[in-house]
Design a protein around this ligand. Sequence first.
Ligand code: HEM
Length: 208
Amino acid sequence: MTASNRILRYSLAERVMHWVAAIAYMYVMATGLAFYSPHLYWIATILGGPATSRFWHPLVALLFVGTVFWMLGVWRSDMRITAADRRWNAAIDRYIRNDDEDLPPIDRFNIGQKYFFWAMLWAGIVLLISGMVLWFPEWIPWGWRAVRYASILLHVAAALVTVGAFIIHVYMGTAVVRGGFTSIIRGEVSPAWARMHHRLWYERVSGK
Ligand code: HEM
């Protein structure tokens, strides 16, 4: 509980971690989309020109993947999928109907939030490995050129997975779950919000 009788959902360090990941991701996504399609090449022009975008894209990508590993270090135990998540998932039709009160209780994150995190982590790992091949193709002997071709396909496929996951994440966090966005900015939620959306977590942190 904080001084104003609210519950701390994200510490300052967690919020900094989140927003470094978010800003880095949006830059890498925007420049990546510019390289993906000639129709989107204008994005690179807006972001300082194609050469600047090509220079910063892999470096900011390293920052993004680094922050996702930082998240893994901080949230690993919160992100484990549990029996409570499976019960909640089995009742997902109530979530869709906005009957949140009748859902089985869950801990700090719901199963959708957890899948989102794991999707970003695994796609991030694929992007990192395939991206290194695209960054330094001269390291791959010509006889192994299948690795280069596979990397192009894997890089695009994993990037598109993150774009889909990102759109859902932003939509859920800003438009669907009221109070979520304030929590990742100011850190706090009301006890009623915590109880309604994450009852096991609420009971654990409030001792009620
Ligand atoms: C403009 C971009 C973004 C917005 C508006 C946003 C919004 C939010 C919000 C509102 C929450 C709190 C949800 C809650 O506790 O109920 C959250 C949590 C989180 N965000 Fe983001 N986010 C953005 C980008 C990202 C990116 C790029 C990642 C990449 C890894 C990310 C990873 C997470 C994770 C792992 C959590 C905790 C679990 C979850 O809620 O999914 N976010 N974000």
